[in-house]
Design a protein around this ligand. Structure first.
Ligand code: FA5
Length: 343
């Protein structure tokens, strides 16, 4: 290296060695290699020299330039690699750490009991049919022997969408739909789902609740089949100790009709606010399918008879789990919901 630049070189090397970061090295590079940096200044001095000195001077500046570029480049590469290693080290993830547990929600008692009711009937050979929550007036009422202006429609006064469509008031329209699809074929089906009524909410009544509809049609089906089925269902659901009673009732789509009550779980039949002093809680309506309904929906009444039932899901869940108020099903109180088993 030309002696003229020895001190510049020494000073530059010491600056490079002392600069420990990429940022500090870039500052050194600017000092020497920027447009108005030291190397450019040395180069510009060439004009002031005599022509015969220029070549030698130019080569010397160039040698200094190449030397410093190499030193700076190497120092920068090393500093970049060190900084990257430090960053990776500080952001290191331990893949062997155990994960955080996600809390799973308990099952809602409505679904627990709906599934349990379905399982009992599936075990007896029933198939599941689906129905829509928005239903035609024709299927909800007319084809179930409740023509327009029939007084029984008032008992289920409900939410209409227009003159022909409504939120179904019970799961019974699925009976008519399934019969129409299977005309004159034996049937054994259940259909769970939500229903809606303009009922005033109290301990045992809600404006929206669940039902499981059941329908059996075949040759020689009698009331004793219905009674035995309901008896078996109640025993499987509530155990042999809880008392059951059949009460004669009226539904336009069944004849004869019954309602089934289970002894109140809160007062054990003595009478309390949950059972409104009667000692009993009604869980389902049932009966032999009215021949008019069979005929309207494509069945030969000379050959076929049938029975049907509609179970209230929340009422069964209340008895099953000792729930005193149906409103708990939709109030979303986490303390209540946590009482039930997880999936
Ligand atoms: C019916 O809905 C008939 N479709 C049942 C039926 C089906 C009868 C097939 C014959 C043949 P009912 O309105 O009684 O019937 O209701 C049936 C069950 O739903 C009741 O026993 C009760 O468990 C439940 N339920 C009725 N109204 C309410 C209400 N507002 N809130 C909660 N549960 C109710």
């Amino acid at each position: 290296m030309d002696k003229r630049f020895e001190s510049i070189k020494e000073e530059a090397l010491s600056k490079i060695n002392n600069a420990k970061s990429v940022k500090a090295l870039n500052e050194v590079r600017n000092e020497y290699f920027a447009k108005s940096g030291l190397i450019a200044t040395l180069m510009s001095k060439i004009r002031e020299l005599a022509p015969n000195e220029r070549k030698d001077y130019g080569q010397a500046v160039n040698t200094l330039k190449v030397f410093l570029e190499e030193k700076l480049g190497a120092a920068l590469r090393e500093a970049q690699s060190n900084e990257l290693s430090e960053k990776l080290e500080s952001e290191k993830i331990d893949l062997t750490l155990p994960g955080r547990n996600l809390e799973t929600a308990p099952q809602h008692p409505f679904h627990l009991v709906k599934d349990e009711i379905c399982d009992i009937f599936i075990g007896m050979g029933y198939i599941i049919a689906e129905g829509d929550e928005v239903e035609e007036d024709l299927f909800n009422f007319t084809l179930l022997n409740m023509p327009e202006n029939h007084p029984a429609r008032d008992m289920q006064d409900t939410f209409y969408i227009n003159e022909k469509l409504l939120l179904r008031t019970h799961t019974s329209p699925v009976q008519a739909r399934v019969m129409q699809k299977n005309k004159n074929q034996p049937l054994k089906m259940i259909s769970p789902g939500k229903v809606f009524r303009r009922d005033d909410d109290d301990n045992t009544h809600s404006h929206q609740f669940g039902q499981v509809e059941g329908l059996v049609i075949g040759e020689g089906i009698s009331f004793s089949h219905l009674k035995a089925t309901l008896d078996l269902f109640a025993k499987k659901m509530f155990g042999p100790k809880r008392e059951i009673r059949l009460r004669s009732s009226y539904f336009p789509f069944t004849e004869p009709s019954v309602e089934v009550d289970v002894s109140c779980h809160v007062c054990n039949g003595k009478g309390c606010s949950t059972c409104k002093g009667t000692g009993w809680i009604e869980i389902l309506g049932a009966g032999m399918v009215n021949p008019n309904v069979l005929t309207m929906n494509g069945y030969d009444t000379e050959k076929f008879t049938g029975f049907a039932f509609g179970v209230g899901i929340e009422r069964v869940a209340m008895l099953r789990y000792g729930i005193d108020d149906i409103r708990r099903f939709y109030q979303n109180d986490i303390r209540f919901l946590k009482e039930f088993p997880k999936r």
